[in-house]
Design a binder for this molecule. Structure first.
Ligand code: AMP
Length: 545
């Protein structure tokens, strides 16, 4: 038997350690913020750690303590990071509000979470005021970001809020790693939004998992640009993993159009970025229109919704390796990453391309697919079932819920439908609520969309299920054309698209109805809003072609 006494240090996994480490060992490494007016502000990890401590000290002076909920309404910036770490460092909870949500939803979320303070971008003060008016718990609004632009009305700027603070005697951490650090609400496409509380421990473990070579392979040599907002599922962990490796950070602010992203990527030498497919589609379209054939960006994580083959091809042609990833608000949030195993690298080039379209293999989680009765299905690539996950970065219960969100045997149902192949790659075929059941068989809307997106005239495609007397449901296709295309060029585009699909997918999957619309609705996190499309269909919109 081992004699008593030998052990490792009990070092709580609290996120303040990540920023302190970055300030200690990469203090001069830059954090670049682009303000809404396009100007660039340069700072460093040493500056960030100090600014965050000043925020902590000012909050403490104002009576904020452990467990208090402090909201932000802001784009990605140095100030947002300072508030994020300043709040978490003292054991308070940083609740990131998504400015793209409707006032009603934001007021509901702020009240539900018990938000007490609100730090808002200067350009969002009107919205912040409206939320505070309906969420009486919010006593104070502080504006952040570009102090030169002024015009913040009655609210103080962060620079004023921290006046008189020096960062001394402001210890961070020293509490249980299971304390809540951050809070995000689900997008609420079914029912009210639900709160997901991330702990210091889950954030730290997630950062460690995602920076590994089989995930994002992050290092101090990277220049990381989190295009995914800090309010979308925890910035996919980048606000933690970036400091954890000491990489230069480029915070793009609110302008996420293709031209703005490209300019920043080239000016700052961004090597790694992450965002949803619609953002990267705008980026590759911008480059294509200008005949730009090469960029400095080495790797890009695309996730949040399925990454189309056409987008992967366009990014790879620019010299950027695409890392397809899957995650959700209910995780910390990344759970699957499509980085190859030796068995995948042994496949033919075409087969490897097919693998890259899948969402990938588990990183820091355990995953399985089950049938309707909860029976685990085999990993043969063809069995399709409900994707369930578990792990230290997976939700146990939603904020304010008395009951667990897990099955009796401890798994969380993601609401996604998937298969798992012999390489361990998960392929998401649909959200359970988006799945189309035609004549008793499932049609994958993702597969139909992917097939059409390779057509040169198509900018965006979305398939929904619509009621059908004989088949129960049939797919309906919505298409947004490329801007350069003349809609009135005389072709029957609906038929063109149906013929194109018939050559690529099972005939009975080809949508009977095709509608070409000016703009496909995009939801608050940059994903196609199928709920809005279903409403559009129900409102009786007629096919344009
Ligand atoms: P959210 O919580 O808003 O990030 O949404 C999570 C959901 O987005 C997941 O349950 C999936 O349905 C979807 N999702 C995320 N990443 C992917 C991906 N790479 N491919 C397909 N769907 C995805």
């Amino acid at each position: 038997m081992l004699p008593m006494g030998g052990r490792m240090q009990d070092w709580p996994l609290t996120v303040d350690r990540l920023l302190d480490g970055a300030a200690q060992w990469h203090g001069a490494t830059e954090i670049v913020t682009r303000y809404p007016d396009g100007s660039v502000f340069r700072s460093s990890y040493a500056d960030l750690a100090l600014r965050a401590r000043l925020v902590s000290q000012a909050l403490r002076k104002a009576g904020v303590g452990q467990g208090d909920v402090i909201a932000t309404l802001a784009s990605n910036s140095l100030d947002h990071l300072a508030v994020w770490y300043g709040v978490m460092g003292i054991g308070a909870v940083c609740h990131t509000l998504n400015p793209r949500l409707h006032d009603d939803q934001l007021a509901y979320i702020a009240n539900h979470a018990g938000d007490r303070w609100l730090f808002a971008d200067g350009m969002l003060v009107a919205q912040a005021g409206r939320i505070a008016a309906r969420a009486p718990g919010i006593g104070t609004i502080v504006t952040i970001n570009d102090p030169r632009s002024g015009g913040f009305g009655e609210y103080p700027h962060l620079d004023e809020f921290i006046v008189g603070c020096d960062g001394a005697d402001c210890a961070w951490g020293g509490f249980d790693e299971r304390l809540t650090a951050g809070l995000c609400y689900t997008s609420g496409t079914t029912g009210d939004p639900k709160g997901v509380a991330y702990t210091h421990r889950s954030n730290t473990l997630h950062a460690m998992n995602t920076m590994a070579p089989d995930a994002f392979a992050l290092s101090a040599r990277d220049v990381i640009m989190p295009v995914v907002p800090m309010y979308h599922a925890n910035t996919w962990g980048l606000a933690f993993s970036g400091p954890a490796v000491g990489a230069k950070l480029v915070m793009p602010g609110p302008q996420l159009d293709g031209g703005s992203l490209h300019a920043l990527i080239e000016a700052e030498g961004v090597t790694f970025a992450a965002g949803v497919p619609t953002v990267w589609q705008g980026y590759v379209d911008h480059l294509r229109e200008r005949g730009i054939a090469r960029t400095s960006m080495q790797r890009v994580v695309v996730g949040g919704s399925a990454c189309p083959a056409s987008l992967i091809a366009a990014l790879e042609a620019l010299g950027t390796t695409v890392i397809h990833a899957w995650g959700m608000t209910e995780l910390s949030p990344v759970g699957l990453v499509a980085t190859p195993t030796p068995s995948v690298l042994a496949l033919s080039t075409d087969e490897q391309r097919e693998q890259a379209l899948k969402q990938g293999r588990p990183i820091g989680i355990d995953a399985r697919i089950v049938d309707e009765s909860g029976r685990a299905l085999s990993r043969d690539g063809s069995a399709v079932g409900h994707l369930e996950v578990r792990g230290p970065g997976v939700i146990e219960r939603y904020v304010g819920h008395a009951h667990s969100a897990l099955s009796d045997d401890g798994w969380f149902d993601t609401g996604d439908i998937a298969s798992i192949d012999r390489h361990g790659y998960v392929r998401i075929t649909d959200r359970a609520k988006d799945i189309i059941k035609s004549g008793g068989e499932w049609i994958s809307s993702v597969d139909v969309e992917n097939a059409l997106l390779t057509h040169p005239d198509v900018a965006l495609a979305a398939v929904i299920g619509i009621a059908h007397d004989k088949w129960g449901e049939r797919p309906k296709l919505y298409v947004q054309l490329r801007p350069s295309l003349d809609e009135g060029d005389g072709r029957d585009l609906a038929q063109v698209f149906r013929d194109y699909l018939a050559a690529r997918i099972a005939r009975w999957w080809v949508p009977d109805e095709v509608e070409i619309i000016g703009t496909i609705p995009i939801g608050a996190t940059g994903k196609i809003d199928k709920k809005a499309l279903r409403a559009l269909h129900e409102a009786g919109s007629q096919p344009a072609y």
